[in-house]
Design a protein around this ligand. Sequence first.
Ligand code: ATP
Length: 266
Amino acid sequence: MMNDMSKIEPSTAVDAIKIQAKGVQVFYGDNQAIKDVSVDILDKTVTAFIGPSGCGKSTFLRCLNRMNDTIDVCRVEGDIRIDNEDIYDKRIDPVQLRAKVGMVFQKPNPFPKSIYDNVAYGPRIHGLARTKADLDEIVEKSLRRGAIWDEVKDRLHEPGTGLSGGQQQRLCIARAVATEPEVLLMDEPCSALDPIATAQVEELIDELKLNFSVVIVTHSMQQAARVSQKTAFFHLGSLVEYGDTGHIFTNPEDPRTESYITGRIG
Ligand SMILES: Nc1ncnc2c1ncn2[C@@H]1O[C@H](COP(=O)(O)OP(=O)(O)OP(=O)(O)O)[C@@H](O)[C@H]1O
């Protein structure tokens, strides 16, 4: 009987939808950068955004934590929900939202502060630690999650800008996870890194997905294939195809996706 019961259990758990975008349009002045994009992004999954330069990958990524709010000419329409909550609702504080939806940029951008203070910054402004010991613990845990603790534990009070590029990027990832985000947005996080640092960050992304929904913009199809479970292919502001990464890369449905992955466009 027990065995029969276990057969009813799904063999692979289906991850919940974390972000739901519907009919998203983005304009820079009169120029439309995103056209009617709808997509469900899963929790505890790495989703790659791929597509030719200028197709809107970064623009769409920035919609997910309202980073586009900081660009004057930018206007976002449509509906984006995280855990079914409208992130463009007037009651949502964008600063709180960005703590929940962390971001890592193309170029490592540590603050001109110590390694410790880089990581402690977010928890401090969001009041996540009551005591110095609490804060020390958050900093250590975050640096461990950023897979950089062992390299910096003896120099926590030296400037973050003194680290190598790859170390700086892992520090920025540690800084992003320090506020306990639920989603991590990464805009070409490895483009300024050498192959060894890239491999380290990719390994880290693989671990991060155990706790977060990770969305990564990448120009490298090899990287998308290595790190993601879902892939979204953008072209001229539209989401052309979205699905399992293995499927998109081996058996794309749309001729534009096929052209891109075989190197004919982009
Ligand atoms: N701050 C901005 N002001 C005006 N137009 C912008 C701005 N940022 C992006 N755009 C325009 O929006 C479109 C999409 O750009 P976006 O950077 O999102 O594309 P992308 O796919 O990420 O490109 P890339 O791969 O080259 O980084 C482009 O036409 C671009 O010129």
